[in-house]
Design a protein around this ligand. Structure first.
Ligand code: SF4
Ligand code: SF4
Length: 190
């Protein structure tokens, strides 16, 4: 994920070079509409994601949306698909991310969290590395964190609009169209 710092020749560097991409083999990756569009633009396909019922997935790093089934509202998240062995669909045999430049926002901030204006090394369970928050990590994290807040806010507003006005008559296909038509993030042009 974030920690899979790649150099210009796409080699894992630093702490991640000693790990077998545990993060990409351990977690379900929630997507925002911007993640979806970034990856779609790169792969020209929408075969990389699936939905998961919110009863089975708890995250504050994405936004749920409602689809009606037999007149009952059900809450879902968009997540990256996984291979049969449980690893992320984009994890290569070399343990590197095949869409590194377009990877989802949650992958960009992993394994850190931002609390009280401090960057904390959060996930010591799956991530075996000894991280030191260097100026480079700090800079990249803060950039990704800011992008995450902006995109989550915008995607959240779009989901609320869908839930209020379209969910009763909509389906997943229409929801995807609805979020793919969302106005672009002016800074990233996605
Ligand atoms: S998208 Fe890339 S960085 Fe994120 S979990 Fe998948 S392989 Fe890892
Ligand atoms: S689990 Fe930690 S050390 Fe391993 S690839 Fe992910 S971020 Fe890097």
């Amino acid at each position: 994920m974030y920690g899979l710092f790649l150099d210009k020749k796409c080699n894992a560097t630093g702490a991640c070079s000693k790990c077998q991409a545990n993060c990409c083999k351990s977690y379900l990756i929630a997507l925002t509409s911007f993640d979806l569009r970034r990856i779609y633009k790169k792969t020209n396909s929408l075969d990389f994601f699936t939905t998961i019922n919110a009863d089975n997935f708890d995250t504050c790093l994405a936004q749920s949306f409602i689809l009606f089934e037999k007149d009952a509202p059900k809450e879902y998240f968009l997540v990256l698909s996984r291979k049969k062995n449980g690893s992320c669909i984009f994890l290569g045999k070399d343990n590197l991310c095949a869409i590194y430049n377009e990877r989802p926002i949650v992958c960009r901030i992993y394994p850190f969290r931002y609390r009280n204006e401090k960057i904390l090394y959060k996930d010591k369970i799956k991530c075996p590395a000894e991280w030191e928050i260097t100026p480079k990590i700090k800079e990249e994290f803060l950039k990704a964190h800011k992008m995450q807040l902006e995109e989550l806010k915008s995607f959240g507003a779009r989901c609320r609009e869908w839930n209020a006005n379209h969910s009763k008559t909509g389906n997943l296909e229409l929801f995807l169209k609805f979020i793919l038509q969302q106005p672009k993030n002016k800074k990233t042009n996605i």
